[in-house]
Design a protein around this ligand. Sequence first.
Ligand SMILES: C[S@@+](CC[C@H](N)C(=O)[O-])C[C@H]1O[C@@H](n2cnc3c(N)ncnc32)[C@H](O)[C@@H]1O
Length: 309
Amino acid sequence: MTMSVDYHIPVLIERVAQGLRIEQIRHVWDGTLGDGGYSLFFLKNSATIRVVGIDLDRDAIKRAEMRLKRYADRFQAVEGNFSDIDAVAVQLGISEADAIVVDLGISRLQVSDPDKGFMFSKPGPLMMRMGGARSIDAKTIVNEWDESDLARLIREYGEERHARRIARAIVWARSNDPLTTTDQLAQVIRRTIPSDRAVKSLARVFQAIRIAVNDELENLRSFLPKALELLAPGGRLAVVSYHSLEDRICKEFFTSQIRPCTCPPELPICICGRQPTIRWVERLARPSAEEVLNNPNARSAKLRIIEKI
Ligand SMILES: C[S@@+](CC[C@H](N)C(=O)[O-])C[C@H]1O[C@@H](n2cnc3c(N)ncnc32)[C@H](O)[C@@H]1O
């Protein structure tokens, strides 16, 4: 009897594949392999495409390798950080890519694994590490950061307006015993925020801590210029993001490459000579109402695609 696995449902997959021109290209990088949903679609829809998948999470790598084993001659998985895409390319002897995609955040199977500690609705250790040899985990942040740093984290990365109140409650709660599990942290938040708003606050606080533990914004900042460098001229990069902080980083980076001129606006002509390095393919795409209905995890997704000139 074969066990069916409840894989992550790929978001905006057809728009991504179409925007990257999957049927015409040879080499694509899936920088956030996850359960291999994107990679599988690419491999199925082109008989010649080669895919390199990167993921921080060793469990995700193993799952995707199993799922894609029939394509082993055209698929390679690498455990690593997409912010090291340049080093991974050197290691694999690849000098150019036709297309690169990252689908940010965490996968359904990561969220629902209580041992990884991403879930506020089930008890688990306060971890929230996607993978890799990170020194910090959620327990360290929750128990060792001072109140003002916690409040800033929750406000900036979680966009939670009760950040100060929640930070104060965490500091008070940990003064007796350290908080070591997701349900202990969740209880503190539930005691602090009125019940009708508690779930949203829980999601925001857990998101904020996860972003910090995994250095998600810094990884994205460091990845974008490296991805552009690796792309061949005419190559395309797609980013699917799920919150405004990630999307802002992409938008600002892409805009700086599309309009790189640094001349003062009062100058009638450009004298700095900086030329655009990319152009928009998809300025902003959102999932349809139908996709969100079938996959509520897609609701906040934003897709941007650029082409290297
Ligand atoms: C939303 S899931 C991707 C799902 C995938 N598109 C699919 O259809 O199965 C995001 C994945 O990216 C991985 N990830 C997040 N940040 C990463 C990083 N900086 N480097 C490599 N992998 C990362 C996570 O571990 C997770 O498996």
